[in-house]
Design a binder for this molecule. Structure first.
Ligand code: R5P
Length: 311
């Protein structure tokens, strides 16, 4: 088995390789003067089971292209099996046609990864579970919930908890977390979004008064959804609001929005490499999912059960 990485999240790739007690495959992924990407693998991979770690986060297009070219290089070097390990799958929010004459870009990206030569895909908290079906190759969708639940139990386990979904679409995810927290009660923020990148909290379903609220979502991008939800929950009498979000996209002014928000804390994972601003924020904490991904890779390589990781 070999672990290779593009440039998107080298620290995560190193941590996964460390968990598996393997060195990272010796390869360089660099740019020509005109920014074309060039990949060179400096060791033999013929007949190997290779896992390429490359979340397609900002800059999404460059990181996606790096992933495709890494896969192509591995295929032409006769790797036996290539798994695209994409902890954050960019373009996932474009998973349906929101209007006429619009693309389904998540499906296009799935096609590109498959056509490049990937045999399998491993991702974490896909924006919508059905994106698995966009691939006609085996696709494992891991959940960060066990890692989050352990942290919540350790830090907030002695409080009267309420798990909150920031929108109706996130209820299944929130319910799964609540189940892991000894069936904590569930509340929902009924959100209306007028334009992309803007959100407006309308109504809280459930009584959050006197509760330590745990907001859960897959993505924080501009931070609008979360910061508005946190304020609405505090206005309804919550004692505190902490957010657990798998993918810290944190575009634009998101870090300062979070820092100045009603949130007590934002906890993200290292599925995306954090910016310096995010690392410096006293409200943002990062949990590692390297052991989770490393263990899933080990099980895929051994052909043992991945789903039992979540029992
Ligand atoms: C939307 O369906 C997602 O689950 C997130 O709630 C959304 O992407 C967050 O975006 P923002 O941080 O820009 O409000």
């Amino acid at each position: 088995m070999k672990i290779m990485s593009g440039n998107s999240n080298m620290p995560l790739a190193r941590a996964i390789a460390g968990y598996l007690e393997l060195p990272l495959t010796d390869a360089s992924v660099r740019r020509f003067a005109d920014e074309e990407i060039f990949v060179e693998i400096h060791e033999n991979v013929r007949g190997e089971d290779v896992f390429v770690v490359q979340p397609t986060a900002f800059p999404a297009n460059d990181n996606l292209m790096e992933l495709l070219i890494c896969i192509d290089a591995l295929r032409r070097a006769s790797a036996r099996r290539i798994t695209a390990v994409v902890p954050y799958f960019g373009y996932a929010r474009q998973d349906r046609k929101p209007g006429p004459r619009t693309p389904i870009s998540a499906k296009l990206v799935a096609n590109l990864i498959t056509e490049a030569g990937a045999d399998r895909v491993l991702s974490v908290d896909l924006h919508a579970g059905q994106i698995q079906g966009f691939f006609d190759i085996p696709t494992d969708n891991l959940f960060a919930a066990p890692v989050m639940a352990a942290d919540i139990q350790a830090r907030y386990g002695d409080q009267s908890l309420m798990v909150v979904s920031p929108d109706v679409g996130g209820v299944v995810r929130a319910r799964a977390l609540a189940k892991r927290l000894d069936n904590a009660p569930l509340s929902i923020v009924d959100k209306r979004r007028d334009r992309p990148g803007q959100s407006e909290v309308m109504n809280i379903i459930g009584d959050v008064k006197g509760r330590a609220c745990i907001l859960i979502d897959d993505i924080i991008d501009s931070g609008g959804t979360l910061c508005n939800a946190a304020q609405a929950l505090m206005d309804e009498g919550a004692t505190s609001v902490t957010a657990y979000i798998t993918h810290g996209v944190l575009s634009g002014a998101a870090v300062s929005r979070v820092t100045n928000s009603a949130l007590k804390e934002l906890v993200i994972t290292d599925s995306i490499q954090a910016t310096e601003a995010a690392k410096d924020s006293n409200k943002i904490r990062i949990l590692t999912i390297a052991p989770l991904i490393g263990e899933a890779i080990r099980r895929i390589a051994d052909e043992s059960s991945v789903s039992s990781l979540f029992d």
